[in-house]
Design a binder for this molecule. Structure first.
Ligand code: PMP
Length: 288
């Protein structure tokens, strides 16, 4: 396997970062998870724009243009002879001294990994997933903005640990006001009384690329949508529920906190979203 490091491809065994890299020492850095479908990178521009915004938010100047990053990503996919897979783009603050200051981190590090993806089993898409709400709250946006896709995922990891400890694969995280923020690695959507509702970024949701795609699909299906505060009650009484994420795509949820959602089976509108999503993934992309 070839990994892209800074300005070139190297063998996996040579793809190493310094122990003084602030990405390792402090989770100081940003990343993107991107999908490759049939030789086509899905919504690459949107991912690179989010990366640029994350970089700006944490004052990490990116020395690479969008065109250079696009070429590096395509080159990594081609070198690994991938047609379908998952691309992990990481930018760390780079090597510095032992201390939080960013002042002596002069060279951000770029890492691009392109590999096969381990999807949820097919039965989850057919029969739906059961999830729970966990005690760990999503970071307050004024502490660590959840819109920044940073290397600091401990908040989500704590929630994931709680979910897995109880035998679940995903979990709903609330914000510090008790409203639904998102799941540990996915955005949440409710369908209720003919409307699609999802928490806003200000409630603690990442501005997911798949989330934006779901909103585009809602427009195509003539389904009205809004961003709104959702309580656990709104989740429990929803007609349908689904999650979105680059890795999970669109996944129906059939139970939350031991309450069946709708009739406890993936709903008919969710099925339309899944079909529409699969129809566009190879059309809205950058050819490698
Ligand atoms: N929320 C979190 C916390 C995430 O890490 C992700 C990405 N896995 C998402 C939502 C979904 O975003 P996207 O659709 O861009 O993958």
């Amino acid at each position: 396997m070839k990994i892209y490091m800074n300005d070139r491809l190297v063998d996996r065994k040579d793809a190493k970062v310094s122990v003084f890299d602030h990405g390792l020492l402090y989770g100081d850095g940003i990343f993107e998870g991107i999908r490759l479908y049939d030789g086509c990178i899905f919504k690459l521009d949107a991912h690179l724009e989010r990366l640029e915004f994350s970089a700006k938010a944490i004052m990490l100047p990116l020395p690479w243009s969008r065109a250079a990053l696009t070429e590096a990503i395509c080159e990594t996919c081609r070198a690994n002879k991938l047609k379908d897979g998952y691309i992990r783009l990481v930018v760390t603050r780079g090597e510095g001294s032992l201390g939080l200051s960013i002042k002596n981190c002069e060279e951000p590090q770029l890492i691009i990994i392109a590999d096969k993806i381990q999807l949820y089993p097919e039965e989850f898409y057919k029969n739906g997933l059961k999830i729970i709400t966990v005690p760990t709250r999503r970071c307050n946006p004024s502490a660590l903005p959840p819109a920044v896709k940073s290397l600091n995922y401990l908040n989500n990891i704590l929630a994931k640990i709680e979910a897995q400890h109880l035998g679940y694969h995903e979990a709903i995280m609330l914000n510090d006001q008790g409203y639904v923020a998102e799941c540990t690695g996915d955005n949440v959507f409710v369908i209720h009384k003919g409307k699609l509702i999802t928490p806003a970024a200000s409630a603690g949701a990442l501005k997911g690329i798949t989330r934006a795609t779901a909103l585009e699909i809602a427009d195509k299906l003539n389904l009205p949508w809004e961003e709104a505060n959702l309580t656990r009650y709104d989740i429990w009484v929803a007609n349908e529920l689904f999650l979105t994420g680059t890795a999970a795509e669109i996944i129906p949820i059939v139970e939350v906190d031991a309450r069946p959602i709708g009739d406890g089976k993936p709903g008919p509108i969710t099925a339309k979203f899944l079909a529409a999503f699969h129809a566009i993934v190879t059309k809205d992309g950058t050819l490698i």
